[in-house]
Write a protein that binds this ligand. Structure first.
Ligand code: PEP
Ligand code: MN
Length: 356
């Protein structure tokens, strides 16, 4: 499964998509579209139906905005895409000649809604982009991609837009890069486009996040851009001006995608050797942990010693700093290793118990 996924647009590497959070008026959309095209971007995004947290906020211009998107396309040559959340949205968007659709983060969270959209897309050959669910759940994200794939869609991509957080953070939706990286590991053929705008929540944080995504090796960007961000009816703080969009595109440093450099091969084999050594050391540590487990069981000692783990952690943190690594990172690893050692000792203790 997933071996026959094709890029949304193989002319564009990376795939750049930009446009306003919402299509607000014909004039606003066309002015923004001209600027997007002038920045060298190939695709125009604009929300026609907006999922808003509270009723009474601007919920998009609705069906009539589809005509504005079609007009923007015929004037600028940009391909167009919008968000769909119901089968009715899919029908209206397809009837208007839209070039692609995306599924929003709130919708991906709900498998019933995704299935309804998938059913409406059955037999239609149109690119579909699936945003991550609001909560950091890679299985839910994969499930949504699978529903769309099962409907026969083969031009598919994921959009990583960051994840909701209860804590006050610098970002509106912190990126948690390990989740899209896990998605890439699970479905290597699926392109991943980053949405730094919804991650950032603030225009000045968009470009550094965009660069991080491109440097990691993701396949494109979807960026919110408005001809007059301060007047935007939704997501005003995070939309770039056309000048900022042009600057962002001009600044992106895109890594070459050649994996066969000799130097890279050497580095990789060096890394493999180190990983094997780490593995052997871990196996050795677990063997000692089991011996300690035997000893404790024989002498009726408890597995956990109050101060011992703290001592280990403190020593590791100090060593990490001395060796130029973050102590938080090393403490996380040591905590995991310690947990596994305790599990191994519990197994030993259980066996002893069975024998006695
Ligand atoms: C959007 O892209 O305009 C949008 C509503 O984003 P999300 O679904 O990521 O919140
Ligand atoms: Mn938005």
């Amino acid at each position: 499964m997933f071996d026959d996924i094709y890029p949304i647009d193989d002319r564009c590497k990376p795939l750049y998509i930009a446009g306003p959070c919402a299509a607000e008026s014909r004039e606003q959309l066309l002015t923004t579209a001209r600027a997007v095209a002038a920045a060298g971007v190939g695709w125009l995004r604009a929300g026609v139906w907006k999922p808003r947290t509270r009723p009474g906020s601007f919920e998009g211009a609705g069906d009539m905005a589809l005509q504005w998107l079609a007009d923007a396309k015929s004037e600028t040559g940009l391909r167009t895409m919008t968000e769909v959340a119901t089968p009715q949205h899919v029908e209206a968007a397809l009837a208007s000649g839209i070039d692609a659709v995306w599924i929003g983060a709130r919708t991906t969270t709900n498998p019933f809604a995704v299935q309804q959209i998938a059913d409406a897309l059955q037999g239609v050959d149109i690119p579909v982009l699936v945003k991550n669910p609001v909560n950091p759940d890679v299985e839910l994200w994969i499930g949504a991609v699978q529903r769309i794939y099962n409907a026969g869609i083969r031009r598919l991509a994921a959009i990583h837009r960051g994840f909701g957080s209860y804590e006050q953070t610098l970002y509106r939706n912190p990126p948690h890069w390990s989740i899209p990286i896990e998605l890439r590991r699970r479905i290597p053929s699926l392109p991943i486009v980053c949405d730094p705008s919804h991650m950032a929540g603030r225009a000045d944080l968009v470009e550094p996040l965009a660069q991080q995504a491109i440097s990691i090796g993701f396949d494109g960007l979807i960026v919110e851009c408005h001809c007059r961000p301060s007047e935007a009816l939704s997501d005003s703080a995070q939309q770039l001006t056309p000048v900022e969009l042009r600057r962002l595109i001009g600044h992106m440093r895109v890594p070459e995608r050649i994996a066969a450099h000799d130097a890279m091969r050497d580095y990789r084999s060096h890394i493999d050797t180190i990983d094997n050594r780490l593995m052997e050391l871990l196996a050795e540590r677990m063997e000692v942990a089991r011996q300690i487990g035997e000893y404790k069981a024989q002498h009726g000692m408890p597995i956990i010693h109050r101060d011992r783990f703290n001592e280990i952690l403190e020593a590791a943190a100090a060593n990490a700093r001395r060796m130029g690594m973050s102590s938080r990172f090393i403490c996380r690893i040591i905590t995991e290793i310690h947990e596994e050692s305790v599990r191994q000792q519990l197994t030993v203790a259980d066996k002893k118990h069975d024998i006695l």
